[in-house]
Design a protein around this ligand. Structure first.
Ligand code: GDP
Length: 295
């Protein structure tokens, strides 16, 4: 997904790589190219500007002008800044509670239900946990069925209360059920709407208040670019979530959401979805992603 950005950044370093001695003008031109590449990857203007300003300060501070290999030095500085922009290092989810409770949030179609299944599968197979999936999308019977199918596929129980339209009651009852049945992680899927509305926000806030989750994850479709960043901002203001899940990174996203979300909401990206299958999930390492972008 970052192929285009990778290519563009690679090209912006050409000028510096070919030169023995470089001038401040060469650096300025390179930075301009980098900024354009970020903007074309759908990074917000302010973030792209701050990024190149920070790189400039570092480059001049580290005497890039007199360096033996200025090109390589710049690549390293940009790589470190990219990792920093995306959050520095990996941040894991909080699973202390007994049971640990994870609440999903996000718009309809963002990939919440799919991710709930993927996360349950990962926690079960890689961490030896015993998850319980909870169908809290009370408005769409199809979402309940989807979760049931996922649960069967990965052999994880799914708690449902068909006909009950109160997600707070369902979530509370599910936690009780988990305690009684030895489930040490409860993953609560919730209803999403096509756009943010007051009722949805009130409802999920009520669920949050009632079950006091260890971890609130905000799931967002990376393909929606700057919209993803704006939606994240609104959800964070209402929910104060703990981490972001970027889905559909296997699509032809330009990467803007991955690069900007952390800087805007100051919450880490914790997972990325890379396909429709239940094992298409990666934990997010900003440093490794920066390495991938700049090779
Ligand atoms: P929800 O409404 O937020 O629960 O969204 P769903 O989990 O139903 O996902 C919406 C659509 O996106 C489904 O067709 C999923 O198969 C698809 N989807 C979810 N995550 C990914 C992903 O990481 N990559 C791709 N390509 N598709 C995904």
């Amino acid at each position: 997904m970052f192929e285009n950005l990778s290519d563009r950044l690679e090209k912006s370093f050409k000028l510096l790589k070919g030169q023995g001695t470089i001038t401040e003008i060469n650096v300025a031109e390179t930075l301009k190219d980098i900024r354009r590449a970020l903007l074309d990857a759908d990074v917000n203007f302010k973030i792209a500007k701050k990024f190149t300003d920070d790189v400039k300060v570092k480059a001049l501070g580290q005497d890039v002008l007199t360096a033996v290999k200025p090109g390589q030095m710049m690549v390293k500085i940009v790589k470190d800044e990219l990792a920093q922009l995306m959050g520095g290092t990996f941040t894991d989810i909080e699973l202390q509670g007994k049971p640990a409770v994870i609440l999903m949030s996000g718009l309809q179609g963002s990939g919440k239900t799919t991710f709930s299944g993927k996360l349950a599968n990962m926690l079960k197979s890689k961490k030896g946990r015993h998850p319980l999936l909870v169908a809290g999308d009370v408005y769409r019977p199809a979402a309940i069925d989807q979760l049931k199918v996922l649960g069967e596929q990965i052999n994880v129980p799914v708690y449902t209360e068909e006909g009950n339209m109160d997600p707070v009651k369902i979530a509370k009852a599910a936690i009780k059920h988990a305690k009684a049945n030895g489930n040490d992680v409860v993953i609560v899927d919730t209803a999403g709407r096509l756009a943010i509305d007051e009722q949805m926000m009130n409802e999920i806030s009520a669920v949050k208040k009632a079950i006091d989750p260890d971890e609130i994850l905000f799931v967002v479709d990376a393909m929606t670019g700057q919209d993803a960043v704006n939606t994240a901002k609104e959800f964070n203001e209402r929910l104060d979530f703990d981490g972001v899940v970027l889905t559909k990174l296997d699509g032809d996203t330009r990467g803007g959401a991955a690069l900007s979300i952390r800087a805007v909401v100051e919450k880490p990206i914790k997972f990325v979805g890379t396909g429709e299958k239940v094992d298409a999930l990666d934990v997010f390492h900003p440093d490794r992603m920066a390495e991938r972008i700049l090779g």
